[in-house]
Design a protein around this ligand. Structure first.
Ligand code: A3P
Length: 291
């Protein structure tokens, strides 16, 4: 097993996977953004792959129907070394670019060019549980045996990509920008068709009701998990900087699994932290913990 120092390093006070090189993190602002780039942002384990799958099908459906723009999915913007920016230059538009960066760290041109950005949020308790399993199963992350240890690290922002609270609050400052769409994992679970409609309106994509139902079917947890099991892991198969193995992504896909992990003491402590950190947060008000 690799030492923790081989897997995680600090940048700007935030722990990052060493799969995001310091050189790349230092040169983020040099990334040449195109006005039609679409940024897909999230804190890890918030449903990024799910959302990506929906977007992929949406663009394919639109292109098949009326020759609209095709979409090229890139690896996460912070994955690799600065040479990666050269590779992205060669990709055709429209590029769908995933990231786990907080808003402040985004390459500056995403902001100056007012690119469209979709930010997906998941309730932090399920996010923590999902992240815990990712830590346990992902060879690119340090091994953490106990749930209690991980939860403490999560609450202190000592996990890769840093603090959930900071991440959400950095995006909250831009929640009303015209070029930003905020989605919630739990709302997608509750009414996926409605969420797909929201995405279509935001991106100016139109698909038929039948296409929408088909997209919903093909992006179901079961379909995506089975598809991942048929694939060979390859570096560009995930949209998460933390792994190249899609099979690690599809675990349960439910809302409320946290109840199987949090003790009542841990829940109380978490709720206190949540109240003190997210007290004035608008985004926090819409977070749902149960299905
Ligand atoms: P669990 O570990 O709770 O199962 P990300 O893509 O950001 O890494 O998030 C991974 C989480 O999203 C995992 O949560 C995974 O199961 C869930 N997920 C992935 N695809 C999904 C889908 N189609 N429907 C619902 N949840 C999905």
């Amino acid at each position: 097993m690799s030492a923790q120092s081989d897997l995680v390093h600090m940048f700007n006070g935030i722990p990052f996977s060493t799969r995001a090189s310091i050189e790349l993190l230092q040169s983020l602002d040099s990334f040449e953004v195109r006005a039609d780039d679409l940024l897909l942002a999230s804190y890890p384990k918030s449903g990024t792959h799910w959302l990506t799958e929906i977007l992929k099908h949406l663009y394919h459906s639109q292109q098949a129907a009326n020759g609209g723009k095709s979409m090229t999915l890139t690896t996460s913007i912070e994955f690799g070394d600065p040479f990666k920016f050269e590779e992205l230059k060669n990709l055709p538009s429209l590029r769908l670019i995933p990231t786990h960066l907080n808003y402040r760290m985004l390459p500056v041109q995403f902001k100056t060019k007012k690119c469209k950005m979709i930010y997906i949020i998941r309730n932090p308790k399920d996010t923590a549980v999902s992240f815990y399993h990712y830590y346990r199963e992902n060879a690119n992350l340090p091994k953490i045996k106990k749930w209690a240890t991980f939860l403490e690290m999560f609450m202190k922002g000592e996990v890769v990509c840093g603090s959930w609270w900071h991440h959400i609050l950095s995006w909250e400052e831009h929640m009303n920008d015209d070029n930003v769409l905020i989605l919630y994992y739990e709302s997608m679970k509750k009414d996926l068709l409605k969420s797909i409609e929201q995405i279509c309106n935001f991106l100016g994509i139109s698909v038929t009701d039948q296409q929408m139902r088909e997209i919903s079917r093909r992006s179901s947890f079961k379909e995506m998990k089975e598809e991942a099991q048929r694939e060979n892991p390859a570096p560009d198969h995930t949209v998460c900087v933390l792994t190249s193995n899609r099979q690690l992504v599809f675990r349960k896909g439910t809302v409320g699994d946290w109840k199987n992990y949090f003790t009542s003491e841990q829940n109380k402590h978490f709720e206190e932290q949540f109240r003190s950190r997210m007290n004035s947060s608008e985004l926090a008000k819409s977070i749902i913990y149960e299905s």
